[in-house]
Ligand binder design. Structure first.
Ligand SMILES: CC(C)(COP(=O)(O)OP(=O)(O)OC[C@H]1O[C@@H](n2cnc3c(N)ncnc32)[C@H](O)[C@@H]1OP(=O)(O)O)[C@@H](O)C(=O)NCCC(=O)NCCS
Length: 219
């Protein structure tokens, strides 16, 4: 007679991690999230006339987009190691998936530096959610992973992303010229914030499941 196997979190501890803010729940992406995520992406993240991402993945033809997204997330999750980790947090508001917040670290035990990237479905933008979810992972990194520094970047025409960074205390950290679409030149503004200059909100991120994940963060 077979007994019920333990949940996947017993083998992949990140699946047991939870962050909570006043309005949002953040959980590392699992396969069960993928249908809802594909639907959110297909409904649109940005005006097609602009490209906020370094890799212009949202330009893929509609019939290829979801498959590309699945390949990317399966590959990135599988290649995440304690020396070079990436956690793709699914961001939910009242149980509904609204976007994704990535937290990434390379040789983190030594660098004590994280980087972030994020997007929201268009209908969820402009309501302070982008600020709240970035603030959540910054608090988590500074206070619970003992990060010293967090880096990010945005193209100079991405006013919303730059505004979120400014509000949270990031300062400019140089620029980089990129080809963001074939033949299209764009300037990326790099930004950085440290624990002391992080502009904290009036709430504290709640977390669950961290002790089992420390080794996944290289700690
Ligand atoms: C970037 C993103 C995650 C921000 O999330 P959001 O929930 O829309 O952001 P918030 O509502 O928390 O804050 C946005 C801020 O930008 C400001 N803003 C938005 N558009 C702006 C514009 N055109 N000019 C100036 N400021 C602008 C808002 O006023 C707000 O600042 P405020 O709270 O001081 O008024 C979201 O807009 C998004 O997913 N965009 C598309 C994908 C993307 O750009 N990802 C980031 C790639 S670097």
């Amino acid at each position: 007679m077979s007994s019920t196997p333990p949940p996947l979190a017993a083998y992949w501890p990140l699946f047991g991690l939870r962050l909570a803010t006043p309005r949002l729940m953040l959980t590392p992406l699992q396969d069960a999230d993928l249908p809802e995520m594909c639907e959110l992406i297909l409904a649109g993240i940005h005006d097609r006339a602009v490209m906020p991402f370094q890799v212009p993945w949202t330009d893929a033809p509609t019939e290829e987009l979801a498959e590309n997204v699945l390949r990317f997330h399966w590959a990135r999750r599988a290649s995440s190691t304690p020396d070079d980790w990436s956690v793709m947090f699914m961001v939910r508001r009242r149980g509904v998936l609204v976007g994704l917040q990535e937290l990434q670290g390379t040789d983190f035990a030594v660098t004590r530096t994280v980087s972030t990237g994020s997007w929201l479905g268009r209908t969820h933008q402009g309501q302070g959610i982008g600020t709240e979810m970035r603030s959540a992972v910054l608090q988590f990194a500074f206070d619970h992973l003992r990060a010293d520094r967090a880096d990010t970047g945005a193209f100079t025409d991405n006013a919303a992303s730059l505004a979120v960074s400014r509000k949270l205390g990031y300062r400019p950290d140089g620029t980089q010229v990129r080809q963001r679409r074939p033949g299209e030149r764009a300037v990326e503004q790099r930004l950085t914030v440290d624990r002391a200059s992080f502009v904290r909100p009036d709430w504290m991120v709640q977390h669950r499941g961290l002790p089992a994940c420390l080794s996944a963060f290289g700690l």
